[in-house]
Design a protein around this ligand. Structure first.
Ligand code: SF4
Length: 342
């Protein structure tokens, strides 16, 4: 899979006050990528596109380099205590993307260059909770891997957490460009997770992301580099052939992980498919022929952490999914922890 190279880059002028901002500016100038200044990373104008679909595609190829101003972090249940804000969005085009609710129709990609400020704030959160361990999630509103070769933010963050006695870092990705992160001194404090799914889900709903076998190969490299490893089955769908297809994924993981000389510290997380009204409207505008199951009458309504409700599978179907998937995982990976099913 080719590395992500933005078609255009916007800089907040303050981003140039930071060494990383300057470094990135110089890099894009040498790469001959059009650069413009923008007043705020929250309101970027000048991304082309005559239709919603076109504007969406262009936004996914637009990088905004900004400064994260808010000093407080958002909480992040159930995977961590806090979100660690390094970047937003990603160049992938998954039809079910959970960011369809929060980022809307112009999900341009943002990276924050004031990494020292962000990590200093993380340190204060850790100190407040010490000696309890504080866990930070680096992929709550992004897939952080595609921009890593341009920003180096993950590498710096992993190295930072490698030195923190009271902090742990984790992030999830569908991308496989992990080579630069393998030699980082992580001290086992970063859990590197890969999002995986059934073959027909990947084929119907994911665009612009590496295939399953490439993700699993990258996961093996990560395990060999001694990182704690995780797999997230997400979003899990119930479709006619779901048992067989999810079983195939779990079998593949079992076979491939058996190839690792080290027994990885392994976890699983399972997230069933859910959608909000706002996400549904955005998805239907962007992918009018989507085959995603978005019928509210087949779902149960649940109030969410951020004030908007979501449509999840009804209780009996949740139980069916949970019993099957957790049963399969426990049988194939008896030593692994299943952190949650939601
Ligand atoms: Fe969204 Fe993740 Fe797909 Fe990127 S890879 S579009 S963040 S679901």
């Amino acid at each position: 899979m080719k590395k992500f190279i933005p078609k255009r880059v916007f800089f907040e002028p303050q981003a140039l006050d930071y060494p990383l901002g300057q470094e990135m500016y110089e890099r894009f100038r040498q790469m001959d990528i059009p650069i413009k200044l923008t007043g705020s990373h929250n309101r970027v104008t000048g991304i082309p596109g005559n239709s919603a679909q076109e504007a969406f595609r262009e936004a996914k190829q637009t990088l905004v380099v900004g400064v994260r101003k808010s000093t407080d972090f958002v909480t992040c249940k159930p995977s961590a205590h806090y979100q660690l804000p390094l970047n937003t969005s990603c160049p992938g085009m998954c039809e079910y993307c959970y960011l369809a609710t929060t980022l809307g129709k112009k999900p341009y990609i943002r990276v924050y260059v004031n990494i020292e400020d962000i990590l200093a704030r993380a340190k204060r959160y850790m100190e407040e909770r010490a000696p309890a361990i504080t866990v930070f999630e680096g992929a709550a509103v992004s897939d952080p891997i595609p921009t890593e070769h341009l920003s180096g933010l993950l590498g710096r963050t992993i190295a930072f957490f490698g030195e923190q006695p009271w902090g742990r870092f984790r992030f999830v990705t569908k991308f496989t460009d992990v080579a630069s992160l393998l030699p980082v001194r992580h001290a086992g404090h970063t859990r590197f997770r890969f999002s995986v799914n059934a073959a027909s889900v990947l084929q119907r709903f994911e665009h612009g992301t590496p295939g399953l076998s490439e993700r699993v190969a990258a996961a093996l490299d990560v395990a060999r580099a001694g990182y704690p490893l995780g797999f997230i089955l997400a979003p899990v769908f119930k479709f006619p052939d779901w048992r067989r297809q999810y079983q195939e994924v779990i079998t593949l993981l079992q076979q491939e992980m058996a190839k690792s000389a080290v027994v990885p510290d392994l976890t699983f997380e399972i997230i069933t498919h859910r959608f909000t009204k706002r996400a549904k409207n955005n998805i239907l505008d962007l992918y009018p022929h989507t085959q995603l199951p978005l019928d509210e009458t087949e779902r149960m309504f649940k109030y969410g952490q951020f004030g908007y409700g979501k449509y999840i599978y009804p209780k009996e179907e949740q139980k069916e999914l949970k019993d099957f998937l957790t049963g399969e995982l426990q049988e194939r990976f008896p030593a692994a922890a299943i952190e949650y099913f939601v």
